[in-house]
Design a protein around this ligand. Structure first.
Ligand code: NAD
Length: 449
């Protein structure tokens, strides 16, 4: 995949600006017809799209199919936008009415990470376009193929030329996007380090920006949690997509006597076999980074209950596989407890009370997700109200809100206002026009003439 340079970006912006007047003036009900057709194309090509995701990212086919299913759900939501963006109108005094409309911003950009080559681009593409914007997407240089396929399918669905554009590359092209005077808004999904760079740079150029960052999600397991369900959820959350999810469980805070649940977690983890029901991590550097975290925790006195280091999968010896890893007796001051690992690793910290568990969760600079496992409704409510996370779960390992609810964390997991999906994204992708109109209520029938 060749890297785009500033000239390519200029071409993309020019194409998008040229397409904008006609696309933005098209009634929204007409624009979403493209996405009704596009959804059928996603369904038609489900298997090949999933195979492409699996090939370029390394996740399992069933995970890749789930990813395309989520793309379909996100597209469905965009087709419902005409029902959601109806403006408001009110006669505010005699003969005077005020009206509110959601107006597209212009040319917007979306910069995305490697871990969901199809789904994360679909967080932004259908909504931003259906709301009347033209768009430039910058896929991760590690997984550029799925986005390219999206462009072909959008064209087949009847999207006019110039409305959707792709530029490829890494930090240089991202910087050019942030600086480009022809781009009105930038959305970003990736690590917190880069989210801060992009947010600062785009807003310095007075662009609207929404930048989602990394995560360190805590699962609080209480002694009354249902053991088998909890174990299955914890393991699915830490190992799904090889732990490369911003919603993955990475830290578990065990409150009181939960040894039987930890035992079941280890049993469940041992059923996860790299190369079978666990995909590869993105590259060798990632494998080495994850294994370093485990080794460092061991050196600092933590106990490795299930060890995923040093895995090779027969027939795929060159693959970067890390097995599921459960680390017990981790202290909050260890790097493995506080930093994003982005691999199939769960570290367990032990505390005596729920408030101590919440203090650990609250101390994290991130704030994407948190979950509590308990059978007691009032304990659950206590955690929902005190966890410092934008997305909170009860007895759910991956509390991703489904459409039309929106996706977005707090603290260092998100910079900017609004969420990136669902109803909340309307606020990011549009601006509000307030029109005040005065009619003459006393005029005769011929007043207008
Ligand atoms: P990343 O931050 O390295 O890269 C994201 C994008 O930024 C890519 O397109 C990349 O080309 C670009 N980029 C990389 N370095 C840059 C730099 N110095 N300047 C400008 N642009 C740069 O993230 P990644 O490794 O692709 O993805 C993993 C990260 O994404 C994890 O931290 C994960 O938690 C996060 N993520 C967050 C969410 C969320 O919703 N909050 C969702 C998915 C992934």
């Amino acid at each position: 995949m060749p890297c785009s340079d500033r000239n390519d970006l200029d071409d993309a912006v020019e194409a998008a600006r040229a397409a904008f007047p006609a696309w933005s003036r098209m009634p929204v009900k007409e624009r979403v017809q493209v996405f009704f057709r596009y959804k059928r194309l996603l369904e038609r090509d489900m298997d090949t799209l999933a195979a492409l995701v699996s090939e370029e990212n390394g996740k399992t086919m069933s995970e890749a199919i789930a990813e395309i299913e989520k793309c379909i759900e996100l597209t469905e939501f965009a087709t419902s936008l005409p029902q959601l963006i109806g403006g408001e109108i009110l006669e505010v005094s005699k003969g005077v009415e005020c009206r509110l409309d959601h107006v597209p911003l212009g040319v917007v950009a979306s910069i995305v990470p490697f871990n969901f080559p199809a789904m994360v681009p679909h967080w932004t593409i259908p909504n931003a376009l259906a709301l009347g914007n033209c768009m430039i997407v910058k896929p991760s240089e590690k997984v550029p193929l799925s986005c390219a396929r999206t462009a072909l399918l959008l064209r087949e669905a009847g999207l006019p030329d110039g409305v959707f554009n792709i530029v490829n590359g890494d930090s240089a092209i991202v910087e050019a996007i942030c600086d480009h005077p022809g781009i009105d808004a930038v959305s970003f999904v990736g690590s917190t380090k880069v989210a801060k760079i992009v947010y600062r740079r785009a807003t310095q150029h007075l662009k609207r920006c929404l930048a989602l960052g990394g995560a360190k999600n805590h699962l609080l397991v209480l002694p009354d949690a249902q053991p088998s369900m909890t174990a299955a959820n914890v393991v699915a959350s830490m190992s799904g997509c090889a732990g490369q999810r911003c919603m993955a469980a990475s830290a578990m805070v065990a409150v009181g006597p939960v040894d039987d649940i930890i035992g079941q977690i280890c049993e469940e983890a041992r059923k996860i076999i790299p190369g079978q029901n666990l995909g590869a991590v993105i590259d060798r550097t990632a494998k080495e980074r994850i294994e370093r975290y485990i080794t460092e925790a061991e050196r600092q006195g933590a106990r490795i209950l299930v060890d995923g280091r040093g895995y090779t999968v027969p027939g795929k010896e060159g693959g970067s596989y890390v097995g599921p890893t459960v680390i017990d007796h981790v202290r909050p001051d260890m790097a493995v407890a506080s930093e994003e690992i982005f691999g199939p690793v769960i570290c367990i910290m032990r505390v005596d009370t729920l408030d101590e568990a919440l203090a650990i969760e609250n101390a994290s600079p991130y704030g994407n997700a948190a979950s509590v496992f308990t059978q007691n409704g009032s304990y659950a409510r206590y955690v929902i109200e005190r966890a410092s996370a934008g997305m909170v779960g009860v007895n759910i390992g991956v509390p991703v809100p489904r459409e039309p609810f929106s996706f977005g964390g707090w603290n260092d997991s998100k910079f900017g206002v609004c969420d990136i999906t669902g109803k909340s994204s309307i606020g990011f992708w549009t601006k509000l026009r307030k029109s005040t109109v005065k009619w003459n209520p006393e005029a005769g029938i011929n007043w207008m003439t």
